[in-house]
Design a protein around this ligand. Structure first.
Ligand SMILES: [Zn+2]
Length: 461
């Protein structure tokens, strides 16, 4: 087959996607998509991109690029780049009902080989019509191989750190998996070509290992083989061509936005214009929107968060997966009162592993309704008050109506959090996610149809 690739940068313009603090999904997806697009061009794969700058795309515009550039056949591989939200950690791939799991699985494994947690690859069905795909980029892209890639969670402190430092490694992993899948020789960004061998009649792992001066174990590891069986025509990777090691010293990647200057960026990241010029080999201070810049990383491994309207210590702690106490300590706070615009240090959580293994994350989100108590919620979900306290780092048993709780061990984790944006209505959101206004109201204990910008809604699976 003559494969072609469509690279999609999720969201954009008026639609920031998932938001956490001053991080927006649309910035990460743009950075990922631009990089991915350039890499496929370098590999000589026909490729198109849905947007290469920060702009709003209608559903029709997005679909138009996806289905009218190279046609609608399975040889058209659509890679839609996204960042997840709503309680979890790691990467997920969604693939269409019409496709096999081969490419999705291999993409997830490659991202995993770069150090990201592999959550799952799966198909997602439209609730009111389970014969159809949940996401329109699969439902309305006839026979294409359309995949949704979620690199990590924007509201998980560990993932945020990875997205800021390693996102392009994960994108490169996707490029590698796709190149192998479509049979295009993979050349790393450093120019090293991957060596592959096509299995012939009479070959064994042992004979191939001998011929290429390697070992059976190494071949099995490189190719994720669980047995010694080979089939004729199978393509084996003989030697890897991962990118060259990054220069020492971590850095953050910043995508230039409208209004950015080197000076404003330097100030934002507490570094200097000179440092940025040096790290990026820039000969000029002129920037273009969408350009990516490496920003020297401060030595501390914590994040800074600016308090927004409606924030509470509890909410912030929950968002970053840390405890209220650790924030109080890190900032020497004398009370729990916050002021809008206040800068908080969010301590790193890398030393405390999550309480449940992420692959088996079965927590569910629940919005506290009038009359609820920890005890009644625990009973409703067949768990204990202590479990809920632990999962949510609660320091008090007092609940507030509208408060978001993570309920451990209560089933599927397929509910999503949606952040209400300007122009949204319940009807529009229900439509977008293939659910109903009543379902959303029920799930969130809403008594009115009035929404507020920034409000978090649980979208039922
Ligand atoms: Zn998204």
């Amino acid at each position: 087959m003559n494969y072609k690739v469509i690279v999609d940068a999720g969201h954009g313009g008026d639609d920031p996607g998932a938001v956490s603090g001053n991080l927006k999904e649309k910035d990460f997806t743009l950075e990922a998509a631009n990089y991915m697009y350039n890499r496929f061009r370098e590999l000589g794969v026909p490729v198109a991109i849905t947007r290469d700058v920060d702009k709003t795309l209608t559903r029709e515009e997005r679909l138009n690029t996806m289905t009218n550039t190279f046609g609608n056949g399975p040889e058209v591989i659509i890679l839609s780049n996204h960042i997840n939200a709503g309680g979890g950690e790691g990467a997920e791939i969604v693939y269409p009902l019409r496709s096999t799991d081969v490419l999705a699985k291999s993409i997830l494994e490659e991202i995993g080989s770069e150090g990201q947690i592999m959550r799952k690859y799966y198909q997602r069905r439209l609730p009111e019509n389970p014969s159809k795909d949940y996401y329109y980029i699969m439902r309305e892209t006839p026979n294409t191989t359309s995949l949704l890639i979620e690199y990590g969670f924007i509201d998980n402190a560990n993932d945020v750190k990875k997205l800021q430092n390693n996102l392009l490694d994960y994108v490169e992993a996707v490029v590698r998996a796709v190149a192998r899948y479509i049979g295009v020789p993979y050349v790393s960004p450093g120019g090293i070509t991957e060596e592959t061998y096509t299995v012939q009649k009479g070959d064994s792992l042992y004979s191939i290992a001998q011929r290429f001066n390697t070992t059976v174990d190494k071949l099995k590891e490189l190719n994720n083989l669980t047995s010694n069986n080979l089939s004729i025509g199978q393509v084996l990777i003989i030697s890897e061509a991962k990118g060259p090691e990054k220069p020492s010293g971590d850095y953050i990647v910043h995508t230039v936005k409208k209004g950015d200057t080197l000076y404003s960026i330097a100030r934002e990241y507490e570094t200097t214009v000179d440092e940025i010029l040096k790290l990026n080999n820039l000969g000029t201070t002129a920037l273009s929107i969408g350009q990516t810049l490496k920003i020297p990383q401060k030595t501390q491994s914590s994040l800074t968060y600016t308090v927004q309207k409606g924030d509470s210590l509890w909410k912030i702690a929950n968002n970053f997966g840390v405890s209220v106490d650790s924030i109080i300590q890190a900032n020497n706070l004398s009370g729990t009162n916050l002021s809008i615009g206040q800068q908080l240090i969010i301590p790193s959580t890398t030393t405390t592993p999550p309480s449940t293994p992420p692959e088996e994350d079965t927590t569910q989100l629940y919005v506290v309704k009038s009359g609820d108590s920890l005890w009644s919620i625990a009973r409703q979900f067949n768990t204990t008050v202590a479990e809920i306290r632990r999962e949510n780092n609660l320091t008090t048993d007092v609940l507030q109506v509208g408060q978001l709780l993570r309920i451990p061990g209560s089933g599927g984790n397929n509910d999503m959090i949606y952040y209400v944006k300007s122009g949204d209505s319940l009807w529009k959101i229900a439509n977008q996610f293939g659910t109903t206004v009543d379902e959303i109201k029920n799930k969130n204990g809403l008594t009115t149809n009035v929404l507020q910008i920034g409000q978090q809604l649980i979208i039922p699976n």
